[in-house]
Design a binder for this molecule. Sequence first.
Ligand SMILES: [Zn+2]
Ligand SMILES: [Zn+2]
Length: 304
Amino acid sequence: MKQYSPLTIIFYIIGPILIILSHFGSLLVFKTGLSWGAMLWIVFLYLIRMLGTTAIYHRLLTHKSYHAPALFLWLGCIVTASAGQMGPSWWKAHHMSHHQHSDSELDTHSPNTQSNAIASFYWSQGGWLLSPNFFPDKLPRDVENDHVLKVIDRLHFVPVFALAALSYFIGGLEYLGAFFLSTTLLFHGVQTVNSLAHIVGDRPFITNDFSRNNAFVALLTLGEGWHNLHHAFQSSSRHGITIRFGRVVYLPDPTYSFIKMLEFFKLASKLRMPTETDLLARSELPPAVETPVVSAYVDAKIVK
Ligand SMILES: [Zn+2]
Ligand SMILES: [Zn+2]
């Protein structure tokens, strides 16, 4: 494990503590009730921070699947850090490691390394954060070399406190409870990519792991549930793609739609995406392979 300074260790450990507190804080809504305004606040905070996680942390910062101005990246990372799911260095480090070791013993949060179904789900849905695996082996050099991103990474909890304070300022304990509930739902929504999207769903593309395309996870995560496509084509800005009957089919992917909107406003450029030829070549039943097999079978019958 990388040797961290005592201050970094303390700052990092605040992360899981906040998530645990958020679970208990959600109970506030049973005391205060929820007005329509507070419910909208829950949904708004969920969507904006989920988009931050998917479009900024994941597809931009980690996989560089499109280009964006540095100021946009910095602001996006501050918004995303308010989700309480750590800062850019920590997040990218774990995610790159996941791709490098997917579903092997070295995978930080694979459900497929556990002994039974309950342990698998618990581990991949967040249990791994309460283990020594929480600390990444190494932090990504490109993020660490960006002084702004590095500060956001270490002070990742400041946007969380700021958003909690803003919620309280807007609507007192009711909105604070709404903030906690939204943060808790968001946490579990994001974690379904690590759990369900490696257990349940179809595998239209060949990969050397158990990644799945899962529509339920895609709904919760604004498109990240098309996880098999993502493992097959990690730098694609669009995840909502599958193969049906030998043809490329595009699926709803709100994060990709958001990136297209950014492109319209000149905040995103150079969107990366595999060609249909690449997609078909990587599919489970590529026509190029299927055809000779069928032909051989027919030929064999004719000869016989
Ligand atoms: Zn994965
Ligand atoms: Zn990824």
